[in-house]
Design a protein around this ligand. Structure first.
Ligand SMILES: *Cc1c(COP(=O)(O)O)cnc(C)c1O
Length: 393
């Protein structure tokens, strides 16, 4: 596969495993075993069964008629918002917990920023009866109370990270420290296509079910497995990696990654990594990240918690570098308007992350026969407070 990872864990110039020596045994165990485990027929069968009966897959591919009319193309929405727990993240956590069991692990740790990955992890740990600890910045715990309580109801221990800015990066440090001290019985579930190799490739493979289903669904709806365009929002990049995966080698399919411009790309308050980022090392891999001239990570900003990340997964850094994926960015205001527009036109209130992907449609000139798929990564229930505060509906 032209855009896939190589044996050393690189996508072109990006990727790798930049980790402290004390983490080497944990990451090495994963690296040497993940492909054999996830390609095993027994694993595949159990994964497929849970995706069907627990997550509710395949998620529908819905032809959005009123949206199609407005943008002058044939627009389909891939309904990841209908997954159990409300977003695509559960595809990955199911895959990783099945892998953890096969590695003989009894305990799970994770870190979370806004809490959505924490909830997806707590959910699968309850499902499998595994002990779960989620690290979360103290500041984030105060901002995201409902998700903290969801995790607790599900039986997960939520541990506040009280160092630094008390946000995601501090929670990541705490989780890594825990993993270093518990290498044999614990698996660390990372929530996007980020982190040291093999995480980006492993998470991409678990999310690739999205584009696998799209191909079959497009074939039955249009007679052709290939669309002309696929749009997906990019935080770390897992829903986009899954939505693009089976189209990467089909260069006639235009792939569009949509980043959060926050208050504007040049406002100093954004998360538009490809527009602003430079190569560097973040969370164990070489990628593009927003940084100062002396290499300090710049605090990102977006109205949507899931896109508020200073880097992107190395696969996306490579897809940007090679020009295979076109990256655009959308401001808070544009995303909120698109979220309300989708609600009014199709009766679907999207997650604000997903609303960024919808908003990007207006930056393109389509032919009326163009088949366009927008990956609707999640539902808007979790964002109701943000819609209310924004107020313009
Ligand atoms: C977490 C999240 C995202 C961003 O994560 P990716 O890894 O970039 O997919 C996007 N949409 C929703 C609904 C999310 O919960």
């Amino acid at each position: 596969m032209k855009y896939g990872v190589n044996e050393k864990g690189y996508y072109g110039k990006f990727g790798g495993a930049y980790i402290p020596e004390m983490l080497y045994p944990n990451v090495e165990e994963l690296r040497t075993r993940y492909l054999e485990i996830i390609n095993d027929p027994g694993f595949k069968e159990e994964f497929a069964l849970l995706l069907r009966d627990y997550v509710g897959r395949p998620t529908p591919l819905y032809e959005a008629n009123r949206l199609s009319e407005k943008y002058g193309a044939q627009i389909f929405l891939k309904r990841e918002d209908l997954c159990h727990t409300g977003a695509h993240k559960i595809n990955n956590t199911i895959g990783q917990i099945l892998l953890a069991k096969r590695l003989g692990k009894q305990k799970i740790i994770a870190e979370t920023g806004a809490g959505q990955h924490g909830v997806a992890t707590a959910t699968v740990c309850a499902l499998m009866g595994m002990e779960c600890t989620v690290y979360m910045g103290k500041v984030d715990m105060e901002r995201q109370r409902p998700n903290v309580e969801r995790m607790r109801i599900l039986g997960t221990k939520v541990v506040p990270a009280v160092s630094g800015s008390m946000t995601l990066k501090d929670a990541t440090n705490e989780a890594l420290r825990h993993w270093i001290n518990h290498p044999t019985d614990t698996h660390y579930i990372i929530g996007s296509v980020v982190g040291p190799h093999p995480y980006p490739d492993m998470v991409t493979r678990f999310q690739a079910i999205i584009s696998e289903e799209m191909k079959a669904q497009l074939t039955s709806k249009t007679g052709n497995p290939f669309p002309d365009y696929v749009f997906a929002c990019v935080g770390g990049g897992s829903n986009a990696a899954g939505a693009f995966y089976h189209f990467l080698d089909e260069e006639h399919v235009t792939l569009v990654g949509v980043e959060a411009a926050g208050h504007g790309v040049d406002s100093g308050e954004s998360a538009a990594t490809t527009a602003l980022g430079k190569p560097g090392v973040l969370h164990g891999s070489k990628t593009l990240l927003m940084q100062t001239d002396d290499g300090q990570v710049v605090e990102p900003y977006s109205i949507s918690a899931g896109l508020d990340y200073p880097g992107i997964g190395p696969i996306h850094a490579h897809l940007f570098d090679t020009g295979r994926v076109k990256f655009v960015s959308i401001t808070d205001d544009e995303a909120m308007k698109a979220g309300v527009e989708l609600s009014r036109m199709e009766g679907i209130i999207p997650a604000i992350e997903s609303a960024h992907a919808i908003a990007a449609l207006s930056q393109f000139q389509f032919d009326k026969d163009d088949v366009v798929v927008v990956n609707l990564s999640g539902r808007g229930d979790k964002d109701l407070e943000t819609y209310i505060r924004w107020g313009k509906y």
